[in-house]
Ligand binder design. Structure first.
Ligand code: GLY
Ligand code: MN
Ligand code: MN
Length: 435
């Protein structure tokens, strides 16, 4: 499943319009990253670069120049090279870039230094994100100094460098129908993998065996993990970013799985917590149902016009009230919320934007107040409670860690839970695991 070329063309046109004449934008592809010695991490294109280009290769630079007669979109990329392609894989080459990616012009990356100066000469505003790619920052600074040197021939250097992320991330925050279809699919694939992991779980397996089921589900559908899966049994569920995934899964404990996949650079991000042996103990069920109630209250706040923070506030209210009822916190609910006492057991926020990046781009506040939810935004809703062994807490709660995370699209009438295909009702989970 992939986005059509027309989607990328539309995005470039939109940004060109927003930038206006006298401007240019420059975006480098992500560099390949070494894992150890000659082995690289799987290549992942930079999200901003991909959002505008759809181009999957490293060693490429996209330049957008509103109003340029010879072509407003220019891509620099690697040339075709049969000898290298035998070793390292196919390349589009400049010709293929124009043919398959719809840019107006494409040049060999080896010509970047000379040609970029020509493309940027006389531009007043350069849209670029400094600080993300040190090597390319240096290239931009060299280019700037060459532009300054042109001052003597009457071509003024740029007056402003503008953060490209301002307009671009505002665009990425609102998902188009085609993006939503991809994200629905990414959520479906991840949900099916979670269901597989629930089905196969039993005491005596190791965390990595459930991880293997997740990875199999992702890869068998042509996707890949959108982040390192978390599979934490028992006390490991209380470690928020636990990724060792190498402990046995014990009878009587729960396991927390936080795993999602990426389809054509769009992520899902799902968490479920279930009993290793298929049946929640009374204490586990109590905490689980409290987190579920908080999650449902938060999802009920996911509607257009509501503040970004409304789901979090709703979750905190339900959790704090519940913690008082269970005598895990003592005091008056309003006061405990004000003092953030719930942070002892709920130390993270209730969600984040979701999109090409798992923690996606987009503002959370604007002008000092929380942003309003709008149709087309996608966020996670992921309250949790984490109760490691500690003084002042009854032993029956020790080492219970629960998080329930769904991916939620804001729609015109409310919201759509994209990750709804993996059960979260405790009876439904028990029924699934009993089969
Ligand atoms: N899996 C990362 C997160 O839930 O934010
Ligand atoms: Mn998340
Ligand atoms: Mn997650």
């Amino acid at each position: 499943m992939k986005l059509p070329l027309s989607e990328f063309v539309r995005r470039r046109r939109r940004l060109l319009r927003l930038m206006g004449r006298g401007a240019a934008a420059v975006l480098p592809a992500a560099p390949p990253r070494i894992r150890n010695r000659d082995a690289e991490y799987p290549y992942r294109q930079d999200s901003d670069f991909y959002y505008l280009s759809g181009f999957p290769e490293p060693e490429a630079v996209l330049v957008l120049i509103p109003g340029r007669r010879a072509g407003q979109t220019v891509l620099f990329c690697r040339e075709r090279d049969p000898a290298r392609e035998i070793w390292h894989g196919r390349r589009a080459g400049p010709e293929g870039a124009v043919r398959d990616y719809g840019v107006d012009e494409a040049w060999p990356i080896s010509e970047l230094d000379a040609t970029l100066v020509e493309l940027l000469a006389g531009k007043e505003r350069i849209f670029y994100n400094f600080g993300l790619n040190a090597e390319f920052d240096a290239c931009m600074i060299t280019c700037l100094n060459r532009l300054r040197a042109k001052g003597r021939s009457g071509i003024a250097p740029p007056r402003e460098f503008v953060a490209l992320e301002r307009p671009l991330h505002a665009m990425r925050l609102l998902k188009s129908p085609a993006e939503i279809r991809l994200m629905r699919h990414a959520a479906r694939v991840a949900a099916a993998a979670h269901v597989d992991a629930m089905r196969m779980c039993r005491p005596g397996l190791c965390e990595y065996e459930l991880e293997a089921a997740l990875l199999h589900g992702f890869r068998a559908a042509g996707s890949q993990p959108s982040y390192n899966p978390i599979v934490g049994g028992g006390a490991n569920a209380c470690i928020l970013h636990y990724t060792e995934n190498n402990s046995p899964l014990n009878n009587g404990e729960m396991v927390l799985i936080d795993a999602g996949c990426e389809v054509d650079h769009y992520a899902s991000d799902i968490t479920r917590t279930f009993p290793v042996n298929g049946v929640y103990s009374p204490a586990q069920r109590t905490i689980y149902e409290l987190v579920l109630a908080a999650q449902e209250a938060a999802i009920a706040k996911c509607r257009p016009g509501n503040s970004w923070n409304a789901p979090h506030d709703a979750a905190v209210r339900v959790l704090t009230r519940g913690l008082v009822q269970l005598k895990l916190l003592r005091g008056e609910v309003r006061e405990l919320i004000k003092k953030e006492s719930y942070k002892r057991f709920y130390m993270h926020r209730t969600g984040h934007w979701l999109g090409m990046d798992v923690h996606d781009v987009g503002d959370y506040k604007s002008g000092g107040s929380w942003c309003r939810l709008e149709p087309g935004m996608v966020l996670t809703v992921e309250p949790g409670l984490y109760i490691p062994e500690q003084k002042g807490v009854a032993r029956k709660w020790w080492n219970i860690g629960v998080r329930i995370e769904d991916d939620v699209l804001i729609t015109r009438s409310g919201c759509e839970v994209l990750s709804r295909h993996v059960p979260k009702d405790p009876d439904a989970i028990e029924a699934l695991m009993a089969r």
